[in-house]
Design a protein around this ligand. Sequence first.
Ligand SMILES: Cc1ncc(COP(=O)(O)O)c(C=O)c1O
Length: 377
Amino acid sequence: MARIYLSPPDLAGNELELLRDALESNWIAPLGPHVDAFEAEMASRVHVPHALALSSGTAALHLALEVLGVGVGDEVWMSTLTFAATANATTYVRATPVFVDSVRASWNLDPALLGQALDDAAKVNRLPKAVIAVDLYGQCADFEPITAACQRHGVLLIEDAAEGLGATYQGRPAGSFADLSILSFNGNKIITTSGGGMLLGRRKEWIDRARYLATQARSQARHYEHEAIGFNYRMSNLLAAVGRAQLADLERRVTARRATNAAYRRALGHLPGWAFMPAAPGCVSTFWLTCAEIDAPVYGGDRDTVIDRLAAADIEARPVWKPMHLQPIFAGARCIGGSVAESLFERGICLPSGSNLDEAQRTRVVDAILAGGHAQS
Ligand SMILES: Cc1ncc(COP(=O)(O)O)c(C=O)c1O
């Protein structure tokens, strides 16, 4: 029996056709018609006017901070419960990351805690330059109060929608909520280009500036003229062709991941001590990954027991992200709150959720969990 992965790539079917077109056109470069089309199609899907296809979501985060003018001496506040890339990008511009706890109702950035902390910071003149809100595991952060708190204090907002593409919040698509937002097309994401990302925003001058920085900061001249330090961050036309095929298939992927979430809830929701990641009001999650919290004493085993049990059946499962304030590399960083994210990490598990997970595989996952002798179901 084949190994079941957490979130493997899922081919839409016409990747080869578009890739062949890219190859035959000889646009084998980090620019070309498929890059332009992928940007336009994504901008239209996410309802944001300007988009820039890049080599990764991490590159998009880096450029977002660059174009917003974040630098030495600035603080960037962000969800502590995230993948390291969110925090790492802050260090590329030599700003200081400050972490903010999650709220149990959504596992995302706690808007009340953020709002209070911004109010307090304003009183002592220590406001951050920017806030990064993450759309965790396919569910949007609570952008209404987050945006209000940021606007009250003139703090810039970045949406890290690497895990959020396809989700909505109050009827609007993930990736449309902040001054700038980023997407990832890494191999495990809801659509993939093997590696890739995108920066999106409403202000053309920010996306133009990011495009300039992403192409080695080449000024207009016959020769190579540089007035700024640039990066080589553009997406290949070959990968953009793959991305277009994947994007056209996004709705099916959202439906498949949501169906998997519903199936897990039906099959495992009765287990004592199990609580699935809550669906927050106003949010339609993609359930990019289906996650649950396990109360070990009540269940009779902790999240590692379940991960080990699945591993023995050749099934990949993972703990929920380890919060950034617990990471050795960010040991000295300030964290506002933190206990909610800590407990979600200690108790949280991510289950196989790929859009190509079939019913037989889903049953294998469920059976492997239910086979645990000591679970008091
Ligand atoms: C929340 C979050 N932010 C950023 C990234 C970075 O994206 P990439 O891997 O495309 O650099 C990822 C995942 O990879 C992520 O999950």
